[in-house]
Design a protein around this ligand. Structure first.
Ligand code: NDP
Length: 294
């Protein structure tokens, strides 16, 4: 069959970021207020610092004020907890993001549960996740990466209702919430994980596949039903001597095979990745909108 349409996450994310910027301008004009995002980072991990820098830059471009809290790796749990509490109490902050992972001596669960539900822009608070899982309930915030996957489907005119979907991976931040979101949108969802026997034949039944296993190119062309839509969350670096950096990024799908079976597919990089930050900005905007115009 002809190669799949490429779902251009970079272009879709750019459009969304412009829409957010316009909404922020409208908020400024009407309420003389801008959305505020607090970004807490503890320690000096290079990858975390890169993500935080990208998030802060994206905020600035959209007119969202970022409140920076950079804490040393030696910070105590009490100190990090206090930082969260201060942002909970700050009326100019509408979203609080604690960059994970935290240093080992700090209990992640305690910190995440201290974030005010109405400022939980990452959507990781158990009460927001609980509402996501429940019928007839809607969480205040949905985790950014799975929200970005759904937005990619919607903006590519892929109908979700009534479709068979397979999600590969069941992590709290991607696979599980992605499955819940698809189910809320009336798809019939199977979750495949590392203990699933016969994963290939399960995935092959799906009209929509969301791959989030963190396993380079594990979903082969033979796993995919002809005409399926494939959203590839995986971001895996593999050695590549032809690259200056010595590595390249690949997804969880074998792109060169899958693109001849699927009807639509996201590339890696340039698919889900750019959507995650766009959804963070969107969550922050929506948090502020709820506070000023409930
Ligand atoms: P985790 O490692 O937390 O979870 C991986 C999940 O996949 C687990 O549930 C695991 O099963 C399952 N899994 C692993 N290997 C297999 C396999 N061979 N077959 C079936 N299931 C498998 O990863 P994350 O959810 O945090 O991330 C997944 C991928 O998405 C990673 O590549 C990550 O880099 C990428 N990512 C990309 C983002 C973006 O913005 N583009 C954002 C976040 C993540 P089990 O539960 O049994 O262990």
């Amino acid at each position: 069959s002809p190669p799949a349409d490429i779902i251009d996450g970079k272009a879709i994310a750019a459009t969304i970021r412009l829409e957010i910027k316009e909404a922020v301008n409208a908020m400024q004009a009407k309420y003389k207020k801008a959305p505020g995002l607090a970004v807490v980072i503890v320690g000096e991990r290079k990858d975390s610092q890169t993500y935080v820098r990208m998030k802060r830059k994206a905020c600035a471009e959209a007119g969202i004020v970022s409140f920076d809290k950079d804490m040393p790796a030696s910070s105590t749990q009490e100190e990090v907890l206090q930082a969260v509490k201060d942002f909970n109490a700050n009326p100019n902050v509408h979203g609080i993001l604690v960059q994970l992972p935290l240093p080992k001596h700090i209990d992640e669960q305690t910190i995440l549960e201290a974030i005010s539900l109405s400022k939980d822009v990452d959507g990781f608070h158990p009460l927001n996740i609980g509402a996501l899982a429940m019928k007839g309930r809607d969480p205040l915030f949905v985790p950014c990466t799975p929200k970005g996957c759904i937005e990619l489907l919607d903006r590519s005119n892929v109908e979700i209702k009534g479709k068979i979907a397979a999600v590969v991976g069941r992590s709290n931040i991607v696979g599980m919430p992605a499955a819940m979101l698809l189910q809320k949108r009336d798809a019939t969802v199977t979750i495949v994980h590392s203990r699933t026997p016969g994963a290939e034949s399960i995935v092959k039944k799906a009209d929509i596949i969301i791959a989030a296993a963190g396993s380079a190119e594990m979903v082969k062309g033979s796993w995919v039903k002809s005409g399926a839509v494939v959203i590839d969350v995986g971001t895996n670096s593999v050695d590549d001597a032809t690259k200056k950096t010595g590595y390249r990024l690949v997804g969880d799908c074998a792109f060169e095979e899958v693109k001849f079976v699927a009807s639509k597919i996201t590339p890696v990089p340039g698919g889900v990745g750019p959507m995650t930050i766009a959804m963070l900005l969107k969550n922050c905007l929506e948090g502020a909108q709820r506070m000023y115009a409930p």
